[in-house]
Each structure stands twice: as structure tokens, then as C-alpha cells.
Write a protein that binds this ligand. Structure first.
Ligand code: XUL
Length: 467
């Protein structure tokens, strides 16, 4: 019996819907975009109705009406609903940076060490809990009308099925979750005075067919046990390892979350701009050019970008600095440099940022053998070779390169019995297409480049002073 499976990813720039066969072959796909608003510098909001309209339009194009749907989506976004289930204000997204004060308040109220012990994570501006505290302080009228909260893809689930639900994987990014025990954390909720009734019942990803986009993307490239790490060159950049047992970094420099499989956790480093940094560079320095044009020009410069080092902290940074005020910079400039060296430096700076995350995973005991690359940036052979050489890790690309929506479709198959488990789904559907090996000469140059990169943030932060 062939049974079509559908995956729907509610992303930052649009939704993507995918229909696949139980063998993992893509039979239809559709994308629908929407805007992002920044009512103040550093803010990032979207209208949940836009997600819903785009989801309906994308699903309609698949022509797979009775197929089970799995959901993935941008993590951490706060959607507030009133007693009728209506949306109270625009959603505050994962890349919104307004909550620095609230993060400090949370770490003070709960105690930083206690917060890390309870949730595996520290308070980061993008996470959900600080946004609730921000609303309580700045929009008390809205706050007083909240009866339920949901994450972006779970809002779409709510509109699609009427079900109010969340999975342990996506719930991990709220900072209200006991990640080790895979349930809401009463101690944090009471310290922050957030009512537990606002939070949906929690299930495993494989039961309700849903996960955060990074978790679904990792599943979609077969990252289900340590050794194979997920390396994502999306708007954000991610290095993620599955963990068979719960573990967290003592200082929570990488996120400790539940993975999209039962009894499996993950450690994940997130940089806010990976392909996002390349997009910024293109728009600022080569407006109208294609990404292929940008990378072709960068390819004319040798490894090391002729001495230029780029720090990619265009919107502050999460891993490894947890610093919403961090800034991006180019350093090492000389009169001989032109645009091509800057472009090369951007590709390399993002790769160094990914190496920061990989090193933190190593400190947690992960021994990566190979990376599985995905995300729009992974379409560039040059960028993959740079990242592979900086990480000193072979990078594999999979036959199907559809990111989070693919992982969501696999979850739909597990939840509806097409596959016995997430591992079975991976076995049936995920295949490697090509491997990019590190370039030995580049790797030597990048060791020195990475040392310079590491030294720059503290030096620049010191010169700027605390803000
Ligand atoms: C993960 C994160 C981002 C978004 C991007 O923690 O915040 O990767 O999920 O969509």
C-alpha cells in the first residue's frame, strides 16, 4: 500500500509543504512566503494569520488531502491566545532581541545555576519565557488576556485540527521545560509566576508528528545518534548532535534540548546568521546579484581571505557568546583588498562560528565522525568545502535536500504507523548523495584563521565596553 506523507514547515520567510512516498521520494512540493516586521530595531514579529493562510495555500497545491501531516517550524516564537483562541498580538520570533532585561531578571529570579540545572539552558533573548515577561511589563493589557500560548507550528496545528498540543522537542526551547524529564518545569513556572494552564499538553514528536525546525531537519538527514552531526547553513547556522542520554554544558553555551525521538536528547549550537550573513553581504555589496555570483567571486580568493577575518554577529549572537549586543566586523583590511576578499571572509567567518559550536559539542563528549549538511547555503560546493576544511570533518549531502519539511513528513509516517520508529523512517528514506572532504591545505590555513577569529570577539567587546 502506498501512502503519501506530508510535511509542513512553518519557517521564518515562508512555509514549505512536501508530499513524499513511504520510500522517501518527493512527489510534490510548494512554498508560500510572507513578510517579517521589525516595528523597532532588534524586534522581529509576524502575524500568525499569515502562517495559516500560507499553510492552507501550500497544502492545497500538494493535492494530498487525506495524507497525514507532520509539522515543523521556527522555534521559540511566542503566540498568545485569548479565551476564545484568538491571537492577541503579532508573534514575537526567535530572532527578536528585545528581552535582554527580562533574561537578566529570569537568571536572577531562578538563579543562573538553578536555571541551567532545571532546564539545561540559560535565558537567551530569542527564547519564549523572556518574551512573556516582556509582555507582562510592557503590554499588561495583552498579558492579562492571555489564556493559552503556542509555538508557531503548533498555532498552525491548532488552526488545522483544533488540537492544542506541543512536542517535547519544540517545548525545550521555551525555557519553561524540564528537558531532562521531558515535562513542564513547575519550579521555573512558579518562580516566573507564569500559569501552567497556559501551556499545552506535551507529547513526543513521534506521537503527534511535530518538532522544531532544527530537530526535524536533523531527523530528515538521518541524525538520530551521536557520530553524525547536523550542520545547517540556513538563515541561522546550526551544529546539532543527538545524545542517547541527557547532558548539558555547565555554562549552557550550547542548547540542551529533547530530540525528535523518544528518550533521545540533543546538544545544539546556534549562530543567528549563516546564510543570513551571506544574504546581508549580497544585499549590501552586490545588490541584485545571485548567490552563485557571490560565491563565484569569493572562489577567486584563496583560503584565508587574504588576511581578512569576518565576525558574523550581525544581530548579536547566541552560541558561543549569548550576547545580544555583539556586533559583526571585518578586520585585517588593507588597501589591496576588494569586494571578493570580503565575500570570501563572510563564508569563512560563518564556518568559524560553526566550529565554535562543534568544539562545545566535543567538550560535552560528542566525537563527530561526519557532518550532514543542509540548508540553502549547503547548495554551494565552495561553502561546503570551506566549512568541511574549517571543521576538519567530512560533510555529506543527502539525496533529498528538503530540510525541515522532510523530517516533518517522516514524523507524520511514524505517528501514523507507516514506520515503526524514527530510526525505521531514516532507514527507509535517508540516503547520502555525495561527500565533501576537507581540503588539507585550506585546513592548515584555517587553523591559524580560527585562532585569530577566536581572539577578535573579546578584543572588540573589550574596546566597546559593556552596553
Ligand atoms: C533554533 C532557532 C532557529 C530557528 C530558525 O534554536 O532559534 O534555528 O528555529 O528557524
Amino acid at each position: 500500500m502506498t501512502r503519501t506523507l506530508v510535511g509542513l514547515d512553518v519557517g521564518t520567510t515562508g512555509v514549505k509543504a512536501l508530499a513524499i512516498t513511504p520510500e522517501g521520494e518527493v512527489i510534490a512540493s510548494a512554498e508560500e512566503g510572507y513578510g517579517l516586521s521589525a516595528p523597532h530595531p532588534g524586534w522581529s514579529e509576524q502575524d500568525p494569520d499569515d502562517w495559516w493562510r500560507a499553510s492552507q495555500a501550500a497544502l492545497a497545491q500538494l493535492d494530498a488531502n487525506d495524507a497525514p501531516v507532520g509539522l515543523s517550524g521556527q522555534m521559540h516564537g511566542l503566540v498568545c491566545l485569548d479565551e476564545r483562541g484568538d491571537v492577541l498580538r503579532p508573534a514575537i520570533l526567535w530572532n527578536d532581541q528585545r528581552t535582554t532585561e527580562e533574561c537578566a531578571e529570569i537568571e536572577e529570579r531562578v538563579g543562573l545555576d538553578r536555571l541551567i540545572a532545571l532546564t539545561g539552558n540559560r535565558a537567551l533573548t530569542g527564547f519564549t519565557a523572556p518574551k512573556l515577561l516582556w509582555l507582562r511589563r510592557h503590554e499588561p493589557d495583552v498579558y492579562s488576556r492571555i489564556r493559552r500560548i503556542v509555538l508557531p507550528k503548533d498555532y498552525v496545528r491548532y488552526r488545522l485540527t483544533g488540537e492544542w498540543a506541543i512536542d517535547a522537542a519544540d517545548a525545550s526551547g521555551t525555557l519553561l521545560f524540564d528537558v531532562a524529564n521531558r515535562s513542564w518545569c513547575d519550579e521555573v513556572l512558579s518562580s516566573l509566576e507564569i500559569p501552567r494552564e497556559w501551556l499545552p499538553p506535551v507529547s513526543e514528536s513521534t506521537e503527534i508528528a511535530g518538532a522544531g525546525d532544527q530537530q526535524a531537519a536533523a531527523l530528515g538527514v538521518g541524525v538520530v545518534e551521536p557520530g553524525t552531526v547536523s550542520v545547517v547553513l540556513g538563515t541561522s547556522g546550526v551544529v546539532l548532535s543527538a545524545l542517547p542520554e541527557y547532558a548539558h554544558d555547565e555554562q549552557a553555551r550550547v542548547h540542551a534540548f529533547c530530540h525528535a525521538l523518544p528518550e533521545t536528547w540533543e546538544a545544539m549550537g546556534v549562530m543567528l546568521n549563516a546564510a543570513g550573513a551571506l544574504r546581508w553581504f549580497r544585499d549590501a555589496f552586490m545588490p541584485g546579484a545571485s548567490f552563485e555570483d557571490v560565491t563565484a567571486e569569493a572562489a577567486t580568493v584563496d583560503a584565508g581571505a587574504d588576511g581578512i577575518v569576518f565576525l558574523p554577529y550581525l544581530q548579536g549572537e547566541r552560541t558561543p557568546h549569548a550576547d545580544a549586543a555583539a556586533t559583526a566586523s571585518f578586520s585585517g583590511l588593507a588597501a589591496r583588498h576588494g569586494r571578493s576578499a570580503f565575500g570570501r571572509a563572510v563564508l569563512e567567518g560563518v564556518a568559524y562560528g560553526l566550529r565554535d559550536s562543534l568544539e562545545l559539542l566535543r567538550e560535552l563528549g560528542v566525537s563527530p565522525v561526519v557532518g550532514r549538511a543542509s540548508g540553502g547555503g549547503a547548495r554551494s560546493r565552495l561553502w561546503l568545502e570551506i566549512v568541511s576544511s574549517v571543521l576538519e570533518l567530512p560533510l555529506e549531502r543527502c539525496v533529498v535536500d528538503e530540510g525541515s519539511a522532510y523530517g516533518a513528513a517522516l514524523l507524520a509516517g511514524v505517528a501514523h504507523g507507516t514506520f515503526g520508529s524514527a530510526q525505521d523512517a531514516v532507514e527507509a528514506c535517508v540516503r547520502v548523495r555525495e561527500t565533501v572532504e576537507p581540503n588539507a591545505a585550506w585546513a592548515r590555513s584555517y587553523r591559524a584563521g580560527y585562532a585569530r577569529y577566536r581572539a577578535l570577539y573579546p578584543a572588540i567587546r573589550g574596546a566597546e565596553g559593556e552596553t
